[in-house]
Design a protein around this ligand. Structure first.
Ligand code: ADP
Ligand code: MG
Length: 335
C-alpha cells in the first residue's frame, strides 16, 4: 500500500500557509479622509470590496454636504419631520446622548458656527463675537425632537446637524460588522487616523498602533491591542493661525470658539468606534481634569491624554499594552 501521509501533510502545510498569507489591502478616500482596509483570509478581497461599498453607502446617508443624504434632508426640511434610515438615526441618537452627558461640550449642532469660522471650506476667519453668539442661539441640542419609534427627527429651521465628530467611528463599526459577517477573523482598518481591529494578526500576535507625536515626527507611544478601536482627536490635525494665535477644528460646544486648553491629543481605546470617536472629541473639549472625572465615573473605556507641556496621562489598565517611546516631562497613571 502506498503511504499517502507525506502528500497529505504537505497539502495541509500548503493550505494553512496560504490561508495565513492571503490578505487584501484597499485604500480609498471617503468622508474627507484617507482610509485603508487590511483584511486577512481567503475572503479578504471580496470582503474589503463590500466594506468599502458599505462606507460609501454610509457617507451618502450622513454627509452634511451631499444633497441626497438623510442629514442634508433634515437640515433643509424647514422644520418638518424627516424619517431617517438606521444609518443616520443610530449615530445621531448616540451623538445627542453624548451632548447630554457632556452638558453640551460635545454638540452635533455646531455646524453653522464651525462653518462661520471657515472650517468647512478652508477659507478661515475669526468671526465677530456678536456673530458667534447669534449663531450659538441655533445650536440648542435639547430642542431636537427624536421619535425612536418612527426613527424620525425634527429640528428648528435655523439649525443644522453635523455628525462629523462620530461619522468615521460609526463607519468603522459598520465596516467591522460587515467584515466579520463575511468570515474575516483578522483585520486592521485605518479610517483617517481612527484605527479599528478584528481579532489579532494572522500569526496570533497583537496589533501595534502608534500614538502620533503632536510636537514632531513619529510616535510617542505604542499600544498592543486586539478586537479594539484606538481613536485620537488632536489639535494638530486641522487648524489655522492668525495674529500668532492657533485656532483648532475642535470647538467648545458651550462658547462656539475653538478649544484652547492644555490638551494636545486624546486617544480612546475601547470596543466601539462610535463611542471612541465621540469620546475623543468630548474629552478633548473637557480638558484633563474633567476628562479624568468623567473616566472615573464610567470606566468603560481606556484613554491616553497628551498635554501641551509634554505630559502623558493614561488609564492604568493600559499599562500592560503600552510602550512609551518618548521622553515625556511627566507621566501620570489614572486609576
Ligand atoms: P477628526 O474628525 O479630525 O478625527 P474629531 O473626531 O475630533 O476629529 O472631530 C472633529 C470634527 O467634529 C470637527 O471637524 C467638527 O466638524 C466637529 N466638532 C468640532 N467640535 C465639536 C464638538 N464640540 N462637538 C461635536 N462636534 C464637534
Ligand atoms: Mg471624534
Amino acid at each position: 500500500m502506498k503511504n499517502s501521509t507525506p502528500v497529505l501533510l504537505s497539502f495541509l502545510i500548503f493550505t494553512c500557509f496560504s490561508c495565513a498569507q492571503e490578505k487584501d489591502i484597499r485604500s480609498f478616500e471617503a468622508m474627507n479622509t484617507f482610509m485603508v482596509l487590511k483584511s486577512y483570509g481567503r475572503k479578504s478581497v471580496r470582503s474589503n470590496i463590500l466594506a468599502q461599498a458599505r462606507i460609501f453607502e454610509l457617507e451618502d446617508c450622513i454627509s452634511v454636504t451631499k444633497k441626497e443624504s438623510d442629514i442634508f434632508k433634515v437640515n433643509n426640511a424647514n422644520g418638518a419631520e424627516i424619517v431617517l434610515q438606521e444609518d443616520a438615526f443610530c449615530p445621531l441618537q448616540f451623538a445627542l446622548n453624548m451632548a447630554g452627558e457632556s452638558e453640551g461640550l460635545f454638540n452635533p449642532l455646531l455646524y453653522p458656527v464651525i462653518r462661520e469660522w471657515g472650517f468647512t471650506t478652508g477659507v478661515y476667519k475669526v468671526p465677530e463675537s456678536s456673530v458667534i453668539s447669534a449663531l450659538m442661539q441655533n445650536t440648542d441640542y435639547t430642542t431636537v425632537v427624536l421619535d425612536k419609534k418612527k426613527k424620525s427627527v425634527k429640528i428648528r429651521p435655523d439649525m443644522m446637524i453635523d455628525l462629523g465628530a462620530v461619522g468615521k467611528g460609526y463607519a468603522g463599526d459598520c465596516a467591522i460588522q460587515l467584515l466579520r459577517a463575511n468570515g474575516i477573523k483578522s483585520a486592521i482598518l485605518d479610517l483617517g487616523g481612527n484605527v479599528q481591529t478584528i481579532g489579532k494578526k494572522p500569526d496570533g500576535s497583537l496589533w501595534s498602533v502608534g500614538i502620533k507625536n503632536p510636537w514632531g515626527e513619529g510616535s510617542v507611544a505604542g499600544l498592543k491591542i486586539s478586537d479594539k478601536a484606538v481613536i485620537t482627536s488632536g489639535g494638530y490635525e486641522r487648524f489655522f493661525e492668525q495674529d500668532g494665535k492657533r485656532y483648532i477644528h475642535i470647538f467648545d460646544g458651550k462658547t462656539g470658539y475653538p478649544v484652547e486648553n492644555e490638551i494636545s491629543s486624546v486617544t480612546i481605546v475601547c470596543k466601539s468606534g462610535l463611542l471612541g470617536d465621540s469620546l475623543s472629541t468630548t474629552l478633548f473639549v473637557m480638558g484633563v481634569e474633567k476628562a479624568i472625572d468623567f473616566w472615573q465615573n464610567r470606566r468603560d473605556f481606556d484613554m491616553l491624554i497628551l498635554t501641551n507641556d509634554q505630559t502623558l496621562f493614561y488609564t492604568k489598565t493600559l499599562e500592560t499594552s503600552l510602550s512609551i517611546l518618548y521622553q515625556f516631562n511627566d507621566i501620570h497613571v489614572v486609576e
